[in-house]
Design a protein around this ligand. Structure first.
Ligand code: APR
Length: 320
């Protein structure tokens, strides 16, 4: 039977998601937005490309939540994106309100779906989504680590002149300036990044610049675009998660997942490697971190905790 993916938010990322999902024939697509015409227009445009691209997925646009019922996967991008000079955290108040509505729509119409959240500030919004919707924590996950890792890999491949498919990496922690690239879990053409630094294949200074550029990867794009934030790479990252769930690929992917004691953290969403298969988040992997990475991870977790405290102050319902 054909699968169904509903996309809540038909903006830049939502539209790109719909196109990628259709091209891969991963599922039929429902594109939902409060701006009805936007969802309908994009759905029609993408559907009309099937005659050229030859895909066999149906795509509809809607502003009626009932159309998302029985979705296998729901991907949320509803919200406002950053403008130049804004941090992801600046989006908190407005996107919290939007996510509360979205949570209600999902809870009422498709409570058994696997839900991927992309709306920023990611870690806190995904946590709020779980609290508002009360869906199981294994069925709610945030997209950030795959994107951060992909940016890190891209910059490394450019610097080291190594094809990107020969680089494996994991960027952990919150989706923000405190994200944590891991050196021993970054393998470039068979060698760890720590080893490459030791062998002087890359200087510590150059690596710092790359890490800094990765942390600010989203802001760099916002600065260029001026009217919005990144959407191609975020959409591609969301699709990888959806595909692992729908096809039961059990891929290990860095995602914002609910921690219940893992990494000594309880009751918080943070970026860690997880296995995604037909049961959603099937496992949180506890990988070994060196002392510096452990410290950086702690700082990142604190940043997420602090922002969640701010969210609680904005909406006391989050304390329930
Ligand atoms: N329900 C559904 N859709 C909504 C709602 C709502 N309550 N409120 C806003 N939207 C829709 C807007 O109408 C818009 O079409 O969300 C869409 C967001 O699209 P864009 O503004 O193009 O933003 P996009 O670049 O797709 O990013 C969306 O993902 O990465 C994050 O920081 C980014 O939080 C932002 C989100």
């Amino acid at each position: 039977m054909k699968k169904k993916i509903s996309l809540i938010g038909a903006g830049q990322i939502g539209g790109t998601l719909a196109h990628l999902i259709a091209l891969k024939e991963l599922a039929d697509v429902v594109l939902f937005d409060v701006a009805e015409g936007l969802a309908k227009g994009k759905a029609l445009d993408i559907a009309q490309s099937s005659g050229v691209s030859g895909f066999n997925s149906s795509i509809i646009g809607t502003n009626n939540y009932e159309d998302i019922k029985n979705s296998d996967v729901i991907i949320i991008t509803a919200g406002v994106p950053r403008k130049p000079g804004m941090s992801r955290d600046d989006l908190l108040g407005i996107n919290l309100k939007i996510i509360k509505q979205v949570a209600e729509g999902i809870k009422t119409n498709s409570p058994n779906s696997f839900v991927i959240c992309i709306t920023n500030p990611l870690d806190v919004i995904v946590m709020a989504l779980q609290k508002y919707s009360k869906l199981s924590t294994s069925n709610i996950v945030g997209m950030a680590g795959i994107l951060d890792t992909s940016r890190f890999k891209y910059f490394l491949s450019q610097e080291l002149k190594v094809p990107i498919n020969k680089i494996n990496s994991l960027v952990l922690g919150g989706h923000g300036d405190t994200m944590v690239p891991t050196f021993n879990h970054t393998i470039v053409d068979g060698k760890s990044l720590s080893q490459l630094v030791k062998d002087k294949k890359i200087s510590a200074e150059k690596l710092d610049t790359i890490i800094d550029r990765t942390r600010k990867g989203g802001a760099e794009i916002v600065k260029f675009l001026k009217t919005g934030s990144a959407f191609y790479a975020p959409a591609a990252s969301g699709v990888e998660m959806a595909e692992s769930y729908i096809k039961n690929l059990k891929k290990t992917l860095p995602c914002a997942a609910y921690l219940n004691g893992e990494y000594n953290i309880k009751g918080l969403y943070v970026g860690v490697p997880v296995v995604i298969g037909k049961n959603g988040v099937e496992k949180v992997l506890e990988i070994e971190l060196n002392e510096e990475e452990k410290n950086n991870f702690k700082i990142s977790v604190q940043a997420v905790e602090e922002l969640f405290e701010s969210a609680r102050k904005i909406d006391p319902d989050l304390s329930n």
